[in-house]
Design a protein around this ligand. Structure first.
Ligand SMILES: NC(=O)c1ccc[n+]([C@@H]2O[C@H](COP(=O)([O-])OP(=O)(O)OC[C@H]3O[C@@H](n4cnc5c(N)ncnc54)[C@H](OP(=O)(O)O)[C@@H]3O)[C@@H](O)[C@H]2O)c1
Length: 429
């Protein structure tokens, strides 16, 4: 049988691009009734030495070499960032090419616009690799939950922060030391702010939310706290209380409201998510009919991410009749976004206080006035020289708005040296 020849363009050839280029150039892809040629790759620096590439490739530095090449019918964008990726993807779609991308930032910020450009052009926009690396979570959400009114998504979706938190828990090292090590080992970028401040998780949560709930949140609609303020002591005390700490991304439906949040949280040790370690990811989807289902695996890295990119490529090549990733779960109703102030959970507080009588009573009074009752108190690390002590307080389930108000009053108490930590406990029914 004569095989058709298909020409691909690629934008970016770094960590993921190199893996994709090597796999595309591998003959196993040719079993898909088409011979796939990687015709042109746009990079920043076409003369850079690229020792990990198995085959010689044609590098270009002008996007028009791809956009205006009518032989190229599919473009894979692996450059990252919002701009110029948005411009390049739009131009490729408008010139009649299908586009596959791993770029969570551009899909999170400009996804709706790109989807509409793709629809208008009658072309496909696929982005499985933008969330969860090798975990096939977006196609599962789009295809396999269609009978389900999705109730909630809860996930560990940033490998860098999970790697840092796991090591802080296992080794009793400081955040700063583990971050430095993670950068040396390639688990964290030289500018790690998007990861450690929770921005990367916000991008991914917004993509999941759009597919699951037909709500397109902006990044500022999602409550965000990173892991950079977390101290080693929190791991020690949490462990004693039966918890570990993870960066959680959650979209939770309560009647007609949806609450979106990314923040570090205490997870009970016996919950599967507490045992997702290192750079691994886990996405929990509560499908309504299915109950909670867990998807776990490598959330990043060249081969897992390339796997997701290639599965998008194969689905275009085969014309597979998948439900388009742009079509959302059809059980959604009009959902309003709930403010974080409405959230309810148990709280963990660590307060450095003057070690003297009456301080705990003063804190308990403030909490009580805000309808927050104390579940347990540990007094730790008394410094006999400074006459300071750590109070570790666990509360019963309380309202975020009340806790915020109580915290500012506690901070103002004369005998409170510092409110070192306020963490939420993730609730599992
Ligand atoms: N790394 C992962 O494990 C992973 C996992 C999931 C998703 N992703 C996503 O995959 C995408 C690629 O990530 P990566 O880690 O492979 O990135 P990377 O290693 O930094 O590679 C970026 C590539 O884009 C090229 N590039 C950058 N700016 C450009 C510009 N203005 N014009 C043309 N080319 C430009 C670079 O060219 P030069 O080579 O000449 O510098 C490089 O080849 C990102 O969207 C990322 O979020 C990555």
């Amino acid at each position: 049988m004569n095989k058709k020849r298909l020409q691909l363009g690629m934008i970016g050839c770094g960590v993921v691009g190199t893996a994709v280029a090597n796999l595309v150039s591998d003959s196993t892809l040719n079993s898909f009734n088409e011979i796939v040629d990687l015709k042109s790759i746009l990079v920043k620096n076409p003369t850079k030495e690229r020792t990990n590439l198995l085959m010689t490739q044609n590098f270009v530095s002008d996007i028009n070499k791809i956009v205006e090449d009518d032989e190229i019918t599919i473009v894979i964008e692996l450059m990252g960032g919002e701009n110029p990726a948005f411009d390049y993807i739009s131009r490729c779609l408008k010139s009649g090419k299908h586009v596959i991308t791993a770029n969570k930032e551009v899909i999170s910020k400009k996804g709706s616009e790109l989807v509409s450009i793709a629809k208008h052009a009658g072309r496909e926009l696929k982005y499985e690799a933008s969330v969860g690396g090798g975990i096939p979570i977006l196609s599962s959400l789009s295809n396999d939950f269609s009978a389900n009114p999705i109730q909630g998504i809860r996930a560990i979706i940033n490998g860098t922060t999970n790697y840092i938190l796991t090591r802080m828990d296992n080794e009793e090292s400081s955040f700063e030391d583990v971050l430095k090590d993670a950068q040396n080992l390639g688990y964290a970028e030289s500018d790690p702010s998007d990861d450690i401040e929770g921005t990367d998780a916000v991008y991914k949560l917004s993509i999941l939310t759009r597919l699951a709930f037909d709500v397109a949140p902006t990044t500022s609609d999602i409550h965000k706290e990173g892991i950079n303020g977390i101290k080693q002591k929190e791991f020690r005390y949490s462990r004693e209380l039966g918890f570990t700490i993870k960066l959680i991304a959650s979209a939770q439906k309560r009647s007609d409201k949806l609450l979106l949040r990314v923040h570090p949280a205490l997870i009970p040790k016996e919950i599967p998510m507490a045992n997702v370690n290192g750079a691994f990811n886990m996405v929990e989807i509560d499908g309504g009919l299915t109950g909670p289902l867990w998807f776990q695996g490598a959330g990043a890295g060249p081969n897992p991410t390339a796997s997701a990119v290639l599965s998008d490529l194969m689905s275009i090549l085969e014309g597979r009749n998948r439900i388009d990733q742009t079509i959302v779960n059809n059980h959604t109703e009009l959902l309003q976004l709930a403010p974080m102030d409405d959230y309810r959970c148990r709280y963990y507080l660590r307060v450095t206080v003057n070690d003297k009588a009456g301080v705990l009573a003063a804190i308990a009074t403030i909490l009580g006035e805000r309808d927050i009752s104390i579940l347990s108190v540990l007094q730790k690390d008394t410094d006999s020289k400074l006459k300071h002590a750590d109070l570790v307080i666990m509360t019963h389930e309380s309202k975020e708005k009340n806790m915020k108000a109580a915290v500012s009053e506690i901070k103002a108490l004369l005998d409170v040296i510092n409110l070192d930590s306020l963490l939420r406990v993730e609730e599992y029914s």
